[in-house]
Write a new protein. Sequence first.
Length: 302
Amino acid sequence: MNTSWLSLLNSNENSDLISGNWFTVRFMPDRISGEIFNVGVVFVDKNSKCHYRILENTDAFQCLFGISGAANIKFLLDVVDEMFANNNYTITPSPHIIYSNYQTARGESVDEILDDLYGSMISLICRNEKKSKKSQALGTTDLRKKVFNQIESRRKGMKDKIYNPEPFLITNNSNEKGMLVDMPISKYSLGDSNTRAEYYGTIISAAYLDDIHRRYNIDYVGCTNVTNCCEILGKAIKASIVIYVPPVDEIVFTEAVQINIRNELDKCLYSLEKMNKDGYDIDIQIAHSSEECGTKVLEFVD
């Protein structure tokens, strides 16, 4: 239905229309200059559930901030997307993300409202550009979801057997307090002990253009959790880390970026390789697609 978003505001023509409040999501790169870009719209229905549209890619920002800057903005928008997906729309994840004042909207459907609002409020859309290589630029959160969904399609029921989507507590006999670890892969022993998993593993992505987010994912989300798991549970367990490294391309993950990724991997994986020499059993795997990541996971738990 081709209606303008103005016709949705404060309309009393039809009591059957869906109604609620809406606001824009705005990106402010520099709080001193005050420059603002609209990057999304949110509609909150009468049940306080939010529905939203976020800028799909940050190609338009590359001219202003370069490839690395656009990648940082994309990372921030991914965080915003995750918050809205969890119906968390009352706070912002960064001082650079601000919300406009609430306004009212009505329409025949949520999609209609979002379509009209997004089309009217968001101008940073590169309509004539080729689609970016989103299949390669997989962050850790999206990568894990994709890998485990693919595993479930390949091996029915396997996802429920090995997947831990949330961090969980591990302890040993001498450490009653324990520690939370982010290890999405675990397979429990079939022997006498059914309280401890023999296999602990993680999947992380190195597909970040900027050093900060790449190092955070490889070192902290990946290596640190594997190290903590091994040190607490001991040398009897088997551990694994599967790292997604995107294939080389001529636009985003160029050879120069790949060199930075390899250097970061060498630094971060050194500690795990040293633990292997000290008697720990840590399987370190590099994969260049989500499908290959899934294969590495299945090989680990089989």
